[in-house]
Write a protein that binds this ligand. Structure first.
Ligand SMILES: Cc1cc2nc3c(=O)[nH]c(=O)nc-3n(C[C@H](O)[C@H](O)[C@H](O)COP(=O)(O)OP(=O)(O)OC[C@H]3O[C@@H](n4cnc5c(N)ncnc54)[C@H](O)[C@@H]3O)c2cc1C
Length: 495
């Protein structure tokens, strides 16, 4: 197969790009499950943007830099913020109906924001955006959609003295390996939450894009900055169900078993302090106390209307948020680093572009400001779509062999066990509070051993590839966490 634009991943960034690129050439979207299976579909809170006359670019930039512990790329932050309103209006043009009051967009607040600037659709913003984008790409004649198609590796060529160039991807589909050649290949494969035992991310988030890119020599940056969301529901759901920060934005308080509002004197922003600070405090409290969210002072009617998804989910679990405390716990949520790209989504490999959670544009610095990730995904995918043109130069036949996959049931079982081991290692050593000595002496050797074992397996299938990707990305995180000696943002090391 050959195309102009090969988009790997069908979250907000991939679909948004595909729609615009399809005006210029042929697009193939490959996605490893169904189109809607993405982190995007789980996003609740909303998208931050400067939409109100009393707000301004400087304040949004300042909040983003503060949350990111000033480790951010300021130019990238400014670019994102200045393009934020346009990104929202584009979604509205596509059909996303953000909540309005008296004809004006309603705006909510989340941790670290000095202003109400988050556009939302109930508490299911991501689901609604994904629904509309999926509808639009399905309607487009220039877009071919390949579901249940797993990108296995990136194809490259290197002619004498020229730069390594990406020419497409090898995919697993219908139990076969196929090659898709493309003028430009775009990684929009999302995050890495599944590397951790406790996560809000769905099963697709196994770090495939980062592992694939690193295997062809792409520069990867800031992998130690994993954001742990403070308030995942403390119940046995897989993944952990998120209690959106907008619940605190609308007034919920964090309390311990004694009823103490423990964030009150800890930070000027109290319950809406940056996520790393809240997550660490909950983690500390949990050594002796269970931690809860309390929003019982709001009426049932209000809660049902403002947080319909959360209200119903809790009701199913026999928690009445109008009457009961909501048990919460931190969980791995977001990767601030990733594949290094410039403002045009260019990776360090020619003809390979990336945007969304898989990338490090530098906007998040050492910790992401709430609701900036959907925004980043939109702004940078818009930018890549604006600049890319089909170039029709790549005609490749060299890799075109179809292999039948071998399966080995013993290896498949072992692979599942190894995935669980990876998650446990990452949760214990690269979690909320880290110890560098233990990372070096214990976690890295254990992870290297897992990767070595996986490499010896005779078969190739999606499970083995995912487990390898997980261990490759885990090693990148562990090594980066070991290298960074001092705490910064969401990387917190014990003395
Ligand atoms: C519970 C939850 C709530 C959130 N709430 C918010 C919020 O309110 N505001 C906000 O700004 N952000 C929020 N986020 C973060 C935000 O949702 C993500 O950062 C964003 O959706 C990422 O979009 P993306 O396009 O980069 O990737 P994703 O939406 O994760 O999409 C990645 C795609 O790549 C595919 N893929 C991965 N690997 C392969 C492979 N090997 N082959 C083929 N396909 C592959 C996946 O199947 C998927 O389709 C939330 C995240 C979660 C988990």
């Amino acid at each position: 197969m050959q195309t102009n634009f090969l988009v790997i991943g069908s979250g907000i960034s991939g679909l948004n790009f595909a729609l615009q690129a399809a005006k210029k050439g042929k697009v193939i979207i490959v996605t490893k499950k169904k189109l809607i299976d993405s982190n995007t579909n789980f996003a609740q809170g909303g998208i931050a943007a400067v939409l109100d006359q009393t707000d301004n670019f400087e304040k949004h930039v300042e909040d983003t830099l503060k949350a990111g512990a000033f480790h951010n790329n300021k130019k990238a932050v400014q670019f994102m913020v200045e393009n934020s309103a346009d990104a929202i209006y584009r979604l509205i043009d596509l059909g996303v109906e953000f909540q309005k009051e008296n004809g004006k967009l309603s705006l909510t607040k989340e941790g670290g924001h000095s202003h109400r600037r988050i556009a939302f659709v109930g508490d299911y913003t991501g689901k609604e955006i994904e629904r509309i984008l999926v509808k639009r790409v399905k309607e487009h004649p220039n877009i071919t959609i390949l579901e249940d198609a797993f990108a296995l590796k990136l194809l490259t060529q290197k002619k004498f003295l020229s730069k390594k160039t990406c020419i497409g991807s090898q995919i697993i589909r219908r139990n076969k390996i196929e090659n898709i050649f493309a003028d430009q290949t775009i990684l929009s494969t999302g995050g890495v939450g599944q590397l951790f035992l406790q996560t809000t991310n769905p099963p697709i988030a196994t770090a495939d894009g980062i592992a694939m890119a690193s295997q062809i020599g792409c520069k990867i940056k800031d992998m130690e900055f994993i954001q742990f969301h403070p308030t995942a529901l403390n119940k046995n759901t897989f993944p952990k169900f998120l209690i959106s920060e907008t619940v605190r934005g609308e007034g919920a308080k964090l309390v311990n078993e004694k009823g103490e509002k423990f964030m009150e004197n800890l930070h000027p922003l109290k319950d809406l302090a940056p996520r790393d600070i809240v997550a660490r405090e909950i983690y500390k409290q949990q050594k002796t106390e269970e931690v809860f969210l309390d929003i019982r002072y709001k009426s049932r009617e209000y809660l049902k209307k403002r947080f319909p998804q959360i209200y119903e989910k809790l009701k199913k679990l026999k928690i009445d948020m109008a009457k009961d405390l909501i048990p919460v716990t931190p969980a791995a949520h977001y990767l601030c680093g990733g594949i290094e790209v410039d403002l045009n989504g260019q990776t360090s490999v020619k003809n390979l572009f990336a945007f969304g959670e898989v990338t490090c544009t530098g906007v998040h610095g050492a910790n992401r400001l709430a609701s900036n990730s959907l925004l980043e995904a939109l702004v940078f995918s818009n930018q890549v779509a604006k600049n890319l043109t089909p170039n029709q130069k790549i005609k490749q036949t060299k890799f075109e062999t179809q292999k039948i996959l071998r399966k080995n049931s013993k290896e498949t079982l072992l692979t599942e066990k190894m995935k669980q081991e990876i998650k446990a290692i990452m949760w214990n050593y690269a979690g909320i509070i880290r110890n560098r000595k233990k990372i070096k002496k214990e976690a890295i050797p254990k992870m290297e051993q897992i990767l070595k074992t996986l490499k010896k397996f005779s078969g190739t299938n999606q499970e083995i590839a995912e487990a390898s990707n997980m261990s490759i990305a885990s090693l990148l995180i562990l090594k980066a966490a070991y290298k960074r000696k001092k705490p910064l943002g969401c990387h917190f090391v014990e003395k």
